[in-house]
Design a protein around this ligand. Structure first.
Ligand SMILES: O=C(O)C1=C[C@@H](OP(=O)(O)O)[C@@H](O)[C@H](O)C1
Ligand SMILES: C=C(OP(=O)(O)O)C(=O)O
Length: 431
């Protein structure tokens, strides 16, 4: 297996300031919107993670001119009507966001395209997107009636739908909205629980009109996007690893700047507050399209909590690292309503429970989450990442509290969302 790491820290402390890399969800969307709009879109703070590079690669194959200089990206596009039919398969790598949002975008073009990804993507359900898109008239073919990649899309004229979301998923919502851009009529999406709203916010930045009232999105088809500048904030899902590290590693104090605190993403802040973490959140720019904050966290005495209901979509990607946090909290933490974890890069309920148990955690899986009794002193061990970046980073943060070596089989996958993760760990160590 590639990139095994043995992490061996003796009484580490984490102190200092980091600027977490750009938000993955917003970085993907900046490329997609810039490619749809005619003209020159510029992006700053772009995440150079592998998932976002997959999105760039797909749009280059559609003939869009994209240049990357450090974290600044320029997208020069003749607009989506002028994309070229790609001669090659579009490769979406490990990225569910790329695959699902592109399915929505490509359905309303005139192009024939084929998309595929890696072994993890090949197992992730696509009917949740393909089915509503088919109601709009989309022509999508794939294994098991469009459930799995490779997917072939024959673009066609779409019509708007009024769709009630069966699962809380920003990827499904966004795919429908983006298909709605090219559909006749008003696309309506009804959410029971609000999922991240980056698509809605960015559409407004690109000059489109979109209305959201009581969890219902209304979007009129046929609107043209206007090229613009997108400033990508830091990713709270990446900051999450250091929020937890700061709280559980003794004698630590970590400052994180430019962290995106969009309320549809910031559930982890509420959980940390409920658990009694010693934390300060100073909002930097409330008026920006995506608000940001400086967050300071220090070693804390934590108490258990229950994480359930409508907060789940607002912290879904943070649950692996919150499970580690709960092993250090006094009492029983219950995580429920989180069955979506089973269809991420890996089954994250099974992966989190298996791996934390190997370190001595008192944790059990349930059908829709997990139950964790704490606090437990964790010990060293040999972990698997399952090729899942968030499981790999959870293991690496756990290694900071074991005082014994922790071996992780594959840490290359961390570059999917946080290529500078170990640089940031090292920059904070023992200062
Ligand atoms: O829209 C997005 O950018 C994302 C939505 C979430 O997925 P779901 O829509 O499947 O919940 C999240 O887990 C993923 O990391 C990014
Ligand atoms: C689930 C994730 O991403 P995606 O669905 O884009 O693969 C994630 O980053 O945790």
């Amino acid at each position: 297996m590639s990139s095994t790491k043995i992490l061996d820290y003796t009484n580490p402390q984490l102190n200092g300031t980091i600027i977490v890399p750009g938000d993955k969800s917003i970085s993907h969307r900046s490329i997609m919107f810039g490619a749809i709009a005619k003209g020159k879109t510029t992006v700053s703070g772009f995440l150079l993670g592998e998932d976002c590079l997959s999105t760039i690669d797909c749009f280059r194959k559609l003939g869009v001119d994209i240049t990357v200089e450090g974290t600044n990206v320029t997208i020069q596009s003749d607009g989506m009507d002028n994309w070229q039919e790609p001669k090659e398969v579009l490769y979406t790598g490990n990225s569910g966001t790329t695959t699902r949002l592109m399915l929505g975008i490509l359905s309303g073009t005139k192009l024939h395209t084929v998309m595929t990804g890696d072994a993890s993507i090949a197992k992730r359900p696509m009917r949740r997107v393909a089915d509503p898109l088919r109601l709009m008239g989309a022509q999508i073919a794939g294994r098991e009636n469009g459930q799995y990649t490779p997917l072939a899309i024959q673009g066609t004229q779409l019509k708007a739908i009024d769709y009630t979301m069966p699962v809380a998923s920003a990827q499904v919502k966004s795919a429908i909205i983006l298909a709605g851009l090219r559909a006749e009529g008003t696309t309506i999406v009804r959410e029971k629980e609000v999922s991240r709203d980056h698509t809605e916010r960015m559409l407004r930045q690109f000059g489109a009109q979109i209305t959201v009232e009581d969890g219902v999105v209304y979007f009129e088809g046929g609107q043209q996007l206007k090229a613009t500048h997108v400033n990508v904030p830091g990713d709270i899902s990446s900051a999450a690893f250091f929020l937890v590290a700061g709280a559980i590693v003794p004698n630590s104090n970590i400052v994180m700047k430019n962290v995106g605190v969009n309320p549809t993403r910031a559930g982890i802040i509420e959980v940390l507050e409920n658990m009694g973490a010693s934390m300060k959140v100073e909002v930097e720019d409330e008026t920006a399209a995506e608000p940001t904050a400086t967050i300071t966290i220090e070693t804390s005495n934590l108490k258990a909590t229950t994480i359930e209901g409508d907060i789940i979509p607002r912290l879904i990607d943070e649950i692996p690292i919150l499970a580690l946090l709960a092993t250090q909290a006094e009492g029983t933490t219950i995580i429920r309503d989180a069955e979506e974890l089973k269809v991420k890069e890996t089954d994250r309920i099974t992966a989190v429970v298996n791996e934390l148990k190997k370190l001595g955690a008192n944790i059990e899986a349930t059908d829709d989450g997990m139950i964790i009794h704490g606090p437990t002193k964790l010990h060293g061990g040999k972990l698997q990442s399952y090729g899942d970046h968030r499981i790999g980073m959870m293991g690496a943060i756990a290694a900071l509290i074991t005082n014994e070596p922790v071996e992780i089989d594959d840490t290359d996958c961390i570059a999917v969302s946080y290529p500078t993760f170990f640089d940031h760990v090292n920059s904070l160590l023992n200062k």
